[in-house]
Design a protein around this ligand. Sequence first.
Ligand SMILES: [Zn+2]
Ligand SMILES: [Zn+2]
Length: 347
Amino acid sequence: MLTVNAIAAPSATEPLVRTTIERRDLGPRDILIEISYAGICHSDIHTVRGEWGEVPYPLTVGHEIVGHVREAGAAVTRHAIGDRVGVGCMVDSCRECDNCKAGYEQYCLTGNVGTYASVDRDGTVTQGGYSTHVVVDEDFVLRVPESIPHQAAAPLLCAGITTYSPLAHWKAGPGKRVAVVGMGGLGHMGVKLAVAMGAEVTVLSQTLSKKDDGLAFGAKHYYATSDPATFETLRNTFDLIINTVSAPIDMKAYLSLLALDGTLVSVGAPPEPLPVGVFTLFSNRRSFAGSSIGGIAETQEMLDFCAEHGIAPEVEVIGADEVNEAYERVMKSDVRYRFVIDVDSLR
Ligand SMILES: [Zn+2]
Ligand SMILES: [Zn+2]
């Protein structure tokens, strides 16, 4: 066992505190990663506060991880000591079910092993990336190209792949009109990625406060959803809408924006069910879909795509003692666009 410094939530209601956690001894296919940066995802906050169900405490979260390989097990072939690598939302899966075999480990039929708050194959509870080191099976470790700025790379492992996967699956590209709902951590990456894929991108945000940023990221149009005229103007417009908002939305209003065979994909997760009027789906043969992160091969494809197109998240780097304050700011959408913890501050 390796004892490492970390930040953990003692309970659902207390602030996060500095502590130590245990990492397992390296198995033959394991890699020890010295973490450089860990992104703060909205899911981390929902999870530590018990808003998505009961979790075991103390809990260390964080599933946007970048760092370097420091040790490798005897049978490791995919990564070498010194490589810059990343870990996202999962650290294992059954590898045998139809979905795993097809490269969709995120949809593992027995459930993938989440990077935190999941039961690992050895029966222990997984602990996330707000820590100095992590031990992960090499198959769930990604190569992070050196051309991606180090401190900006971490959010690609969740925010990046969560938006890339549906954009790729529903073929965002030249001639496609894509709307991104919400201009937060996920939304700003959705805009950059869809623009790089060649789509005509529109941002639908509550207000116009981030309009200059959206246009700078390559969006052609930017509308406020607080203005009812937006929904009149844009009726029957989009081939694809990526909804990154984790609060409930007016489904009828948003579905009405879809053109023929258009799809509204939710990647934000409101805890309550959303009522969908089927008649709204009849018009234009519309679809309503969900999408969850991406498989390991697709996550690598996304990282390579970002390197090739010079895309990186916009980040605000903080120290370990600023995490609680950062959580409050995330809750108020007061971040442009992702907090990243400089893990050196934990050493
Ligand atoms: Zn996340
Ligand atoms: Zn599986």
